[in-house]
Design a protein around this ligand. Structure first.
Ligand SMILES: [Zn+2]
Length: 104
């Protein structure tokens, strides 16, 4: 992805948003991010998910999927709280950097 370092800050709130809405797993999130134009490898996303879990934003459990298994993530109450704050910050930033798109 071009400007990866600059834009990487948007990924964690995006992950948190989807983990608050429902269960997610790594490959699904990689595809979701790809729809938004972010190319992120498992080698980057998985450590990010682990770190977010370690910090208490996410909780995970292992689920069997056919013959393999995958780790399913969900936002914790602490993660929900962080998301509420992130939303305010995103809204504030949005109004400043994209004022022409403000609530029509
Ligand atoms: Zn999304």
């Amino acid at each position: 992805m071009e400007h990866q370092e600059l834009l990487s800050g948007f990924i964690r709130p995006h992950v948190l948003h989807h983990a608050a809405e429902g269960n997610l797993y790594g490959n699904w999130m990689i595809e979701e991010l790809a729809h938004h134009g972010y190319r992120i490898s498992p080698g980057t996303l998985y450590p990010m998910l682990h770190a977010m879990e370690r910090k208490g934003y996410l909780t995970s459990r292992v689920e069997r999927a056919g013959r393999s298994q995958r780790r399913i993530y969900r936002a914790t109450p602490y993660g929900m709280e962080a998301l509420t704050m992130a939303r305010e910050k995103i809204r504030e930033l949005f109004h400043e950097v994209a004022p022409e798109d403000r609530g029509a």
